[in-house]
Design a protein around this ligand. Structure first.
Ligand SMILES: CC(C)(COP(=O)(O)OP(=O)(O)OC[C@H]1O[C@@H](n2cnc3c(N)ncnc32)[C@H](O)[C@@H]1OP(=O)(O)O)[C@@H](O)C(=O)NCCC(=O)NCCS
Length: 144
């Protein structure tokens, strides 16, 4: 495997959707995952999209986002053929480096309660689950 990680740009948009799709991650192309919105996010200094490549093929990705108070690691996804090699951990650490460079003292992730591979993966990277916290969100529409 000829592996490298680099920052993604909007030119990588179609490949990002392919990685999410292959990884089984749902996305909202008419909402927050539209090309236009992702272009804005990618251009923001507090946000970094990282892609993991085997040669020139994107086989994983993750998003690091600093909200001014906490750092977030989102959308970690690895192509099923490349799982179990520690690659998600490498992407998470790349996100952490970016977030710490912005001053993050706490880095968080939201994980669905049945997603055991993801929970195990974050725990292995030193994250502690707080089971007493529930996720609340308010949406303009189900599309977002
Ligand atoms: C979760 C995911 C990113 C892990 O990717 P990965 O590259 O296979 O993970 P790693 O090889 O870095 O694994 C690190 C640790 O995670 C845990 N883990 C990974 N896959 C696992 C599985 N299927 N079952 C249980 N634990 C698992 C293990 O503790 C593993 O450490 P070990 O190999 O020393 O046992 C990958 O399964 C994926 O893309 N899932 C679909 C998308 C998704 O749900 N993303 C998370 C959104 S929050």
């Amino acid at each position: 495997m000829d592996k490298h990680i680099r920052r993604l740009t909007i030119a990588d948009y179609d490949h990002i959707l392919k990685v999410w799709s292959d990884a089984g991650l749902p996305f909202k192309p008419k909402g927050r995952d539209s090309r236009a919105r992702m272009a804005v996010e990618m251009a923001a200094p507090h946000c970094a999209f990282f892609g993991l490549f085997d040669k020139d093929i994107m086989i994983g990705m993750a998003i690091a986002n600093w909200d001014g108070r906490r750092g977030w690691v989102n959308r970690v996804a690895i192509d099923p053929e490349y799982r179990g090699r520690g690659l998600a951990g490498e992407l998470i650490r790349e996100c952490e480096k970016f977030l710490e460079s912005l001053g993050a003292l706490i880095i968080c992730a939201l994980i669905e309660d049945m997603n055991f591979p993801s929970m195990d993966c974050f725990e292995k990277e030193g994250y502690v689950c707080m089971k007493e916290i529930l996720y609340f969100s308010k949406r303009r529409s189900p599309e977002v």
